[in-house]
Design a protein. Structure first.
Length: 224
């Protein structure tokens, strides 16, 4: 047995032991494979879950754990409140679907702490969005659901449905990839590189030419 096969066997053995220990329990476990929902009712609550055995359901969670839409997963299991913003990238009227270039997620945990993140290339039903067009930036609330994805082999993932409180927002609330890069670079400059970071009290006192040169450096831009 070569090294790769041996490691795979050891990983599988570890998973089988872990699965046996918590089999059938009403438990959500944070594991090295990602979140594993051992509650048998979780399978029935998942769209397409009725086609799986309980054993298949657990194995698919292990295989999908690190690949799921993490921020939708947080909304599904841990958040008391959440909302979404996104820019419509594509509308398929034939299939009654639309695609958001990305969805920005904002929410609150049960203890009141906030979280934010983004998920790219999110498809939803067109229902509720019929009056909007490609390029529109929208804010809305929606239900997060789990489903069995079968387009490229079986996988468990999270999606959005039943949007409500839909409204248009400005483009600045749904930043592009380039704007996100700039924001990330500016945060690095402010929090890690600036010599005044412990003294500015929220009001920037750094030299603007230095900030611009550092921003260009981080973004890979060459000064002419």
């Amino acid at each position: 047995m070569n090294k790769g096969n041996k490691e795979e066997c050891l990983k599988n053995e570890k998973w089988q032991k872990f699965k046996k220990e918590f089999w059938g329990k009403k438990l959500l476990a944070n594991t090295e494979w990602g979140l594993i929902d051992f509650d048998p009712r979780g399978k029935d609550d998942m769209v397409g879950g009725d086609t799986l055995s309980y054993d298949e359901y657990l194995d698919l969670q292990m295989q999908s754990g690190k690949k799921v839409r993490t921020y939708f997963e947080i909304c599904y299991y841990d958040a008391d409140f959440f909302s979404f913003k996104g820019r419509i990238k594509r509308i398929n009227t034939k299939k009654q679907l639309l695609c958001f270039e990305r969805i920005f997620v904002e929410g609150l945990y049960g203890d009141g702490d906030g979280f934010s993140g983004k998920e790219d290339h999110v498809w939803m039903s067109l229902a509720g969005f019929e009056n909007y067009r490609v390029g529109d930036c929208l804010s809305f609330k929606a239900e997060v659901y789990r489903y069995l994805k079968t387009s490229r082999g079986k996988m468990i993932d999270f999606g959005l449905k039943y949007p409500v409180e839909i409204r248009k927002v400005g483009e600045y609330e749904v930043p592009s990839d380039e704007q996100l890069r700039i924001q990330a670079a500016e945060q690095i400059i402010c929090m890690d590189l600036c010599m005044f970071r412990n003294h500015c009290d929220g009001f920037c006192i750094a030299n603007q030419e230095w900030k611009e040169s550092m921003l260009n450096l981080l973004l890979g831009k060459v000064q002419k």
